[in-house]
Design a protein around this ligand. Structure first.
Ligand SMILES: [Zn+2]
Ligand SMILES: [Zn+2]
Length: 212
């Protein structure tokens, strides 16, 4: 297959600025609770998809049979009076036993809160968004966090594959200045400072063909 027929939707390596939010959240949970076992952290991670935030300080955690839960839902909340996180499982038969430690429903909420903060930190991180229209056979983008290359004209036949075409190039970068290669000739682009969240929205628009 000729190379440029694959162009049209290319993404940079899925490198996230500031690293992976889930890894950051897990590191922070381990750091904040150094005495807790690996299985405690593992269970918190396993429960993470089953945590729902009702509001700040109040969460619903779905019961998971494989983890020994016998109720469909557990409520986890911050008790200002007690100065600790509480779970409905502490108030059931033998709950006092769990209450002395930190149950893994609460652990999953603690992980969820750290994960949410890490995601927000990544989304609000300043990055640079640059766009350009170029005419060439082949476009390369290097060192970007993410990018899209959208051909503005169709290549009609397979024989057109070596022909110059117009491309719209969109780049999200950690640096204000980005270099793209048009048939190996460097072209410098100047980015506009935006949040990573906004940059991703701009890239998505670009994919739909709304050229800025
Ligand atoms: Zn679920
Ligand atoms: Zn619990």
């Amino acid at each position: 297959m000729p190379r440029n027929r694959r162009i049209g939707y290319t993404t940079g390596k899925n490198r996230r600025p500031n690293g992976d939010p889930l890894r950051i959240a897990l590191d922070r949970l381990r750091r904040d609770f150094p005495g807790k076992s690996r299985s405690w952290v593992k269970r918190a991670l396993f429960r993470l998809p089953h945590v729902r935030e009702v509001r700040e300080g109040l969460y619903v955690v779905e019961g998971v049979r494989e983890l020994g839960d016998w109720k469909p839902l557990y409520q986890v909340w911050w008790s200002a009076r007690e100065g600790r996180w509480e779970c409905t499982c502490y108030y059931s038969t033998f709950g006092w036993r769990r209450r002395r430690g930190i149950c893994t429903h609460v652990a999953s909420v603690l992980l969820y809160r750290r994960f949410k903060r890490a995601v927000e930190a990544v989304e609000n991180r300043p990055v640079y968004f640059a766009s350009a229209e170029v005419e060439c056979v082949d476009v390369k983008v290097r060192g970007a966090l993410e990018h899209r290359v959208v051909p503005l004209e169709q290549s009609d036949t397979i024989l057109d594959c070596g022909k110059r075409r117009r491309f719209a190039v969109y780049v999200v970068s950690a640096e204000p200045e980005v270099e793209i290669l048009c048939d190996n000739a460097p072209v410098k682009l100047q980015g506009v400072k935006v949040s990573y969240k906004v940059a991703k929205a701009l890239l998505q628009d670009a994919q739909r063909g709304d050229a800025p």
